[in-house]
Design a protein around this ligand. Structure first.
Ligand code: ADP
Ligand code: 5GP
Length: 209
């Protein structure tokens, strides 16, 4: 069946748990995870080259000029971008590539890669989202307020996504994301080569009877 690599975009409100879910997803299943570049400061425990490629504003702007990103965006005062080379290399190997990016970036990806699958991770309710953002303890109240404002704006973009997945129980969320990707792979529109080959093989068998 489908041997072509698929681009899977995962977005979601800040603090909804998409980073946590994506980490588990790539531990449990065979996906290639794109590591983004950002000008945001590392959070405690974040490792350069693993969680993000941490860049200065100058370095990031140079990468934009050199056409090094397949998409980039500004989000709450920082730059974030998806390095082009990794994604193109993995897709050409037939791997399914996960991009964990925000909404503006997701829309740019959809323009360039119409076959990309867009998944939006959401919370059971807004109070849970707020609790998780505060519970993470990595941003002060002012930044949390900005991220919640952005979340409010992003509710209008949810309908642009192909799938909504609720992160209530983490393991269920991870398996739901995997199920969506599997179902996408089984779509007849992604398996035109298989159908063509089957027809040719049957024609050969019939002609020999
Ligand atoms: P995001 O990447 O979406 O900004 P994180 O992955 O950093 O969010 O998660 C935000 C906080 O929510 C973290 O403290 C994380 O441990 C917690 N969290 C994630 N998923 C769940 C879940 N299903 N139930 C409870 N807490 C969760
Ligand atoms: P955080 O600062 O919480 O790690 O990320 C903030 C937002 O930036 C999240 O919504 C995250 O998905 C998004 N993001 C991370 N990497 C990229 C990227 O390469 N491109 C875009 N457009 N957004 C990204």
């Amino acid at each position: 069946m489908n041997k072509n690599g698929m681009l899977v975009v995962i977005s979601g409100f800040s603090g909804v748990g998409k980073g946590t879910a994506v980490k588990k997803l790539v531990e449990k299943y065979d996906y290639s995870l794109s590591v983004s570049a950002t000008t945001r400061a590392p959070r405690p425990g974040e490792v350069d080259g693993v969680d993000y490629h941490f860049k200065t504003v100058e370095e990031f702007e140079q990468l934009i000029d050199y056409n090094g990103f397949i998409e980039w965006a500004q989000y709450v005062e920082n730059y974030y971008g998806t390095p082009k080379k990794f994604v193109e290399d993995e897709l050409s190997k037939g791997k399914n590539v996960i991009l964990e990016i925000e909404v503006q970036g997701a829309m740019h990806i959809k323009e360039q890669y119409p076959d990309a699958v867009l998944i939006f991770i959401t919370a059971p309710d807004a109070a849970t989202l707020k609790e998780r953002l505060f519970g993470r303890g990595t941003e002060d109240e002012k930044v949390i307020a900005k991220r919640l404002k952005r979340a409010y704006e992003e509710t209008d973009d949810m309908s642009c996504y192909d799938y909504l997945v609720v992160n209530d129980d983490l393991d269920t969320c991870v398996d739901d994301i995997h199920s969506v990707i599997c179902a996408e792979n089984f779509k007849s529109s992604r398996n035109t080569d298989y159908m063509k080959n089957m027809k040719e093989e049957l024609a050969t068998i019939r002609s020999g009877m």
